[in-house]
Design a protein around this ligand. Structure first.
Ligand code: ATP
Length: 606
């Protein structure tokens, strides 16, 4: 984390006019109570328009953050610490507050209830502005070393005493990262465009955001009228971008057909997507979710500065653990242990070393390569370094011969990979940040053994269990993401694949996401017993996709008044904590899979 980066970006601009937080809290309340997505955007547009130079700070607070993800700014304020501060401010014991919290499940609501009853007032009442709150939360984030816990509690007390009950509820939710107003970056970006730009640039601005995922920055530049600068945004060293993703097909033949007869095929490594950024001897690594992972991989970081003799570069690849004795690749789960691990990293690094298999380069020595065709980018990548245990090139062939590709697929599986990623070699095979498109097509083993791929679905509701499942949920309501409308469309009810432990811990796992009403971005004909804000993504396997009169996924696309649903869904046991709800399988993908499946059935019959 580099908090100085944040200062240099914004604070030094000398903010002059401050927006009152009460306006923000009122808007949040309205947003929580609306069930319509368009209304969410309109409310946001009005709020953003009323900001001044504090606009970026407002945008971060609306995102429920203090800055862009890649700066990794955390308030470091746990629920436990908040309970301690609330106890100090109210004379209610920590134990009683904890009990209430366990019942209610939202620390923000608890703070509000306590604030409603408080008698303590500060000597001098501060104006609760957006800037004041952001400053105070940054103070929390900055505090370190001895006395830092006290400093954080003091900062929270300060906010508690100076704000209204409604305000402290939202502030507390922001602090704990659970704002729960149900808006995504896509909705916020939409509102930013509506508020400050000509809508004809909407797509270009989204593109810029994919390379520079900082909504505060984009909002403030657009407000200043700097659309040209925004349109010029491309890959920038040390700023993570949203990675390019692949479509899926089920056979080599279909892929070759789609790719015009010939293309490149690369091993699909089963690891952790990793961006390697290098600039003036410094190295930073980022995950697919744009979190900085440099500290988790000291071995890779060190190797990168030794391997790449460049002024600056941005590389894309997959980090895969391997057995140092046999060289055999391990499955991805093995490195998830490194996440959040502070100690013993050196030991872990030598026990479970990692290779980053590089498959792309988007920036080199001051030059943006994202609009250079894939084959040329690959050539640049190949000439850039000598392979070592830490960095290798993704194995690849170029072919139009199905038999040869089948053999390559089999060797990928034998070598511990998931299958292949086909890559277009056409002149317009550019690097499309944040896009899932047909320039890359994945072919996985699952598609051949089973009917199709696993799905990553977002949980939007639950039904109470009966009989043996009394006291927990009997089924979860799952949804796909409609990336066109920024909504979640239901696709199945899931009740199998749970171990007893997981099953009975479901209410606890979801307690922080409960919504009184259907969240605005959820599209559903079903009324579950409990609604959830789209937050948790889980991996599901199913038997087939069928037309459904109940579910809303791809509604009306195949048949009038019907959507699509997954039949016999089963939880694979994998919570996709690395994915945001907006990274779930999309409704469009389900539609494609339905069409593919239908084609196969027809082919088999004839
Ligand atoms: P899955 O769960 O199937 O990995 P996903 O949604 O996580 O799917 P996809 O875009 O569908 O991601 O599949 C591509 C993923 O495969 C990439 O995100 C990347 O992490 C991984 N991958 C492994 N090898 C390659 C490669 N050679 N080229 C591109 N991506 C690769």
């Amino acid at each position: 984390m580099d908090l100085d980066d944040f200062d240099s970006l914004y604070i030094s601009t000398g903010i002059s006019l401050y927006m009152l937080f009460s306006a923000v809290a009122d808007t949040f309340e309205k947003m929580e109570n609306t069930t319509k997505r368009l209304e969410l955007t309109d409310l946001l547009v009005n709020l953003l328009r009323s900001a001044d130079e504090d606009l970026p700070l407002l945008v971060y607070l609306v995102e429920g953050k203090l800055g862009p993800d890649y700066l990794g700014i955390e308030t470091q304020m746990s629920d436990k610490l908040i309970i301690k501060a609330l106890s100090m401010a109210s004379n209610i014991s920590e134990e009683d507050i904890s009990k209430d919290y366990a019942k209610v499940g939202d620390i923000g609501t608890i703070a509000r209830e306590i604030a409603e009853k408080r008698s303590l007032k500060p000597l001098v009442q501060e104006e609760i502005t957006v800037k004041y709150i952001h400053d105070t939360l940054m103070r929390m984030a900055r505090s370190s070393g001895s006395g830092s816990t006290k400093a954080r509690i003091d900062a929270y007390m300060d906010l508690f005493l100076n704000s209204t009950p409604k305000e402290i509820m939202y502030i507390t939710r922001i602090i704990t990262g659970k704002l729960r107003i149900g808006i995504s970056d896509a909705t916020i970006l939409d509102a930013i465009v509506k508020a400050f730009a000509d809508e004809k640039y909407a797509e270009d601005i989204e593109n810029a955001f994919n390379f520079h995922p900082d909504l505060g920055y984009i909002a403030s530049e657009l407000k200043k009228g700097n659309i040209d600068d925004i349109l010029k945004l491309g890959p920038t060293p040390m700023i993570p971008f949203k990675v390019m993703l692949a479509e899926r097909l089920r056979s080599v033949e279909e892929i070759l057909d789609k790719m015009g007869g010939k293309c490149a095929f690369e091993y699909k490594y089963d690891g952790m997507r990793t961006e390697t950024h290098i600039e003036k001897g410094k190295v930073r690594l980022f995950s697919r979710g744009n979190e900085e992972t440099t500290d988790q991989f000291p071995d890779i970081t060190k190797a990168a500065s030794e391997t790449f003799k460049v002024e600056s570069a941005i590389l894309d690849g997959e980090a895969v653990p391997y057995d140092p004795d046999t060289g055999e690749l391990y499955p991805f789960q093995v490195i998830s242990h490194r996440r959040g691990r502070k100690y013993d990293l050196d030991k872990v690094s030598s026990e479970i070393p990692i290779t980053v298999f590089l498959f792309d380069i988007v920036y080199l020595n001051g030059k943006d390569l994202s609009k250079t065709p894939y084959s040329e980018r690959r050539r640049v990548l190949e000439s850039l370094f000598n392979e070592s245990d830490s960095f290798r090139l993704a194995k690849r062939i170029e072919s139009g011969d199905p038999a040869e590709v089948h053999r390559f697929f089999n060797s990928a599986i034998e070598d511990g990979c998931e299958g292949l990623v086909a890559k277009s070699t056409s002149p317009d095979s550019f690097y499309k940040a944040g896009a899932r498109g047909w320039l890359w097509i994945k072919l996985k083993r699952d598609y051949q053994a089973q009917l199709w791929d696993t799905l990553d679905l977002t949980v939007v509701g639950a039904f109470y269990g009966h009989g043996r499942r009394k006291g927990t949920y009997g089924a979860l309501l799952l949804a796909t993401y409609n990336d066109k409308n920024d909504t979640f469309e239901t696709v199945c009810k899931l009740g199998s694949g749970f171990s007893d432990d997981v099953l009975f811990s479901l209410p606890k796992r979801f307690e922080n996401y409960v919504s009184k009403e259907k969240p605005a971005r959820v599209i559903s004909n079903l009324e579950p017993d409990v609604w959830f804000y789209p937050s948790v993504v889980m991996e599901v396997i199913g038997a087939e996709i069928t037309v459904s009169p109940i579910h809303t996924c791809a509604y009306g696309e195949i048949e009038k008044d019907s959507g699509l649903s997954v039949r016999f869904p089963r939880f694979t046991g994998k919570w996709r904590d690395d994915k945001k709800p907006e990274d779930s399988t999309t409704s469009r993908e389900i539609l494609e899979m339905y069409k593919e499946q239908k084609k196969t059935i027809t082919e088999e019959k004839s």
